[in-house]
Design a binder for this molecule. Structure first.
Ligand SMILES: [Zn+2]
Length: 200
């Protein structure tokens, strides 16, 4: 679906993660120590460490994991299996996972399996945002996410947050931002002017 991001060298990829992590917090797409992001590298990826504050990332808070690692490095984000599965099954070059509030709210309010944006540009870019129900079985949740990413650059796990992919980490950041904006517009236009009736 997406051409792989060309990672010039290891430090470059790490610097990009640190820059985008700070942006995610500044834009209100994550808070506290939640969320994570990664960039494909070799037979795996570089991913943020578990519990890392995304606006305080340093080289120590970035972990290299590979498809062959079993078990995964303990310091890697607990979502590393999801990231690796996405890299294995798609052409994504980078992944951004946020806990952005309007996307989480819309996933809880709407019963629809696909959130359609009333914002024209978001609708054109995203083609709707699939809502994935998490399972107690992590492998099943990962499988559902992979299915949802076919044809969609961003999904929302119900009551949890957004997973967005891109050829580069900047594109993945943009997809996560589009998803949040789309859900914000949905939320703000929930009540029709006439009759004040809620829209599904
Ligand atoms: Zn999360």
């Amino acid at each position: 679906m997406h051409p792989k991001e060309t990672v010039g060298h290891r430090e470059g990829a790490r610097a990009r993660i640190i820059r985008v992590g700070e942006k995610l917090v500044r834009r209100g797409l994550v808070h506290s120590c939640v969320g994570n992001l990664s960039v494909r590298e070799g037979e795996g990826c570089i991913i943020t460490a578990t519990g890392a504050m995304l606006d305080e990332l340093s080289d120590d808070a970035l972990v290299t994991v590979s498809f062959a690692d079993c078990p995964l490095t303990a310091t890697a984000s607990s979502d590393a299996p999801l990231h690796l599965a996405i890299y294995r099954e798609t052409e994504a070059g980078a992944i951004v996972h946020t806990h952005s509030p309007y996307a989480v709210a819309e996933s809880l309010i709407s019963a629809q399996p696909l959130l359609i944006s009333s914002d024209i540009e978001c609708a054109g870019v995203l083609g709707g945002i699939p809502v994935v129900d998490a399972s107690d079985d992590r492998a099943e949740t990962i499988s559902r996410c992979l299915n949802a990413l076919h044809g969609h650059p961003a999904l929302v796990i119900r009551g949890h947050g957004v997973v967005a992919i891109g050829r580069s980490i900047d594109e993945a950041f943009s997809m996560a931002s589009f998803a949040e904006h789309a859900c914000r517009v949905r939320y703000l236009t929930r009540f029709e002017v006439r009759g004040n009736s809620p829209r599904q």
